[in-house]
Design a binder for this molecule. Sequence first.
Ligand code: MN
Length: 181
Amino acid sequence: MPLDTYKEKRNFKVTPEPAGAPQKKKSESPKLQYVIQKHRATSLHYDFRLEHNGVLLSWAVPKGPSLDPSVKRLAMHVEDHPVEYGSFEGIIPQGQYGGGTVMLWDKGEWIPEDSNPTEAYQKGNMTFRLKAEKLNGKWKLIRINKNDKTWLLIKLKDEVAQPQKKYDITVEEPNSVKTSQ
Ligand code: MN
């Protein structure tokens, strides 16, 4: 089952994270959800999530995204999350998996540029556009080695790309899109 790993790692009597609906409801919106959650766990990282086939495909990006096409950000592939996770903000109790603060850093939609997004994901070479509060424009996720969890998140050149030295988005826009704090 798609969310088995997610469920195995968590005790839903303790963590406030969503357990995931037993039967997935078809999304009423044709838009595909994209979110980044800023997660202060053992170490700070940014969880990058794309809705696909009723789950959120997920990558943990230690340094967060960069708007600079010459900057490649390490993105560790992690377990699929339920779509309900996309609106979650809260505190995971210490001692639980991922214990720490989860903040909704960015939210919007993603638009696949690949003609077959499932195949692109399986091949480890995804191209897409983001339409969100912080990230926009064209992006790529590329798996470095086959059968490995190591991917790279890369901004593609377009009108919203910016040199990292000029604009570090994680520094300039640190707050939640839900609470502005
Ligand atoms: Mn995380």
